[in-house]
Design a protein around this ligand. Structure first.
Ligand code: ADE
Ligand code: ZN
Length: 319
């Protein structure tokens, strides 16, 4: 099995329908109305209704332990597919709304990460993510909270949410703070909007990675610029096809990006929502073993892990 590395997966987006049911039962909650379809899968129709379904899943989370169990459960499952390192996007907005302190939330996540490492050898790290449609002030507050209470497992800062709201430059203060304090930075762009959103992100924000960024394939000059800068794309083909950006995997620009010299990684984004897994993304990429190992190595090098961790992971992947 090829060792796999994941840089783009959302904590709450990793909750399987079975785990959502378990957490709801444990917390004495009714399942959110309209969350599941008759086939037992999450129901949504387009990008915005996906974001709404994502918010609905979050309502089954109540305690710090719930968050710890979610990250443990994800790491356990993906380790069985050969993953050796995962960076999870974790939003402090959810625990804050529940009245859970940042420290208690981080401690629960770290406990889940430690448990998964003890049992499966997988290394997990956290990227604090702000939610774009909640605006730049909230984003700055998230970045400030992160730098005030550092934790060795919190290695980066990012942003998801509705790409059509605000501009990347609006979030420059939050990103500047995170970057100046030594956190690696990434941002969702070029997923829902076109190449202009990626241009605006690399020009305004200190990012070394772009979440998705696949719409860069519509602009040869942008692909050349990403290749020149060594900006790494966190590509999630199954997510892109499920959300209707491309009709199928054959039309997906993964191979065109690679051919243009853009550094890419493979990721699952919100796997149960998009009926995928990290292993499935590697299997369906249409690439041979050597190319997949190269992608895993690219992901390690682009990760926000410390140098010793990177060296150990690269050794595990081999050449
Ligand atoms: N939050 C969770 N998944 C996301 C995605 N694919 N794009 C933007 N925000 C997200
Ligand atoms: Zn994402």
């Amino acid at each position: 099995m090829i060792p796999k590395v994941e840089l783009h997966c959302h904590l709450e987006g990793s909750i399987s329908p079975a785990l959502a049911r378990e957490l709801a039962a444990r917390n004495g909650l009714d399942l959110p109305r309209g969350l599941f379809g008759p086939d037992g899968h999450y129901v949504w129709q387009d990008f915005l209704s996906f974001l709404a379904a994502y918010d609905r899943v979050c309502t089954v989370l109540r305690t710090p332990r719930d968050f710890g169990d979610v990250i443990y459960s994800y790491l356990a499952g993906v380790a069985a597919e050969g993953a050796i390192y995962v960076e999870m996007f974790c939003s402090p907005e959810r625990p804050a709304a529940l009245g859970i302190s940042y420290a208690a939330w981080v401690e629960a996540l770290a406990e889940g990460i430690d448990r998964a490492q003890r049992e499966f050898g997988i290394v997990g790290r956290i990227i604090i993510i702000c939610i774009r449609h909640l605006g730049p002030e909230r984003a700055l507050a998230m970045a400030e909270g992160m730098v005030i209470e550092p934790h060795p497992y919190i290695v980066g800062f990012g942003m998801g949410g509705d790409e059509a709201k605000f501009t990347p430059a609006d979030f420059a203060p939050a990103y500047r703070l995170a970057h100046d304090q030594g956190y690696g930075c990434t941002v969702h762009a070029g997923e829902v909007l076109g190449p202009e959103s990626v241009w605006a992100s690399i020009e305004a924000l200190p990012v070394t990675r772009i979440g998705h960024g696949v719409r860069s394939a519509d602009d040869a000059a942008l692909m050349a610029e990403l290749a020149r800068r060594g900006t790494v794309l966190e590509v999630c083909p199954g997510s892109n096809v499920a959300l209707g950006l491309y009709p199928d995997r054959v039309s997906h620009p993964l191979h065109r990006l690679i051919a243009a010299g853009v550094a890419v990684t493979l990721n699952s984004d919100d796997p149960p929502f998009f009926h995928t897994t990290l292993g499935n993304e590697y299997d369906k990429a249409g690439l041979g073993d050597a190319a997949l190992r190269h992608i895993a190595r690219t992901a390690v090098e682009a990760s926000f892990a410390d140098e010793a961790t990177k060296r150990a992971l690269l050794k595990e992947i081999g050449s």
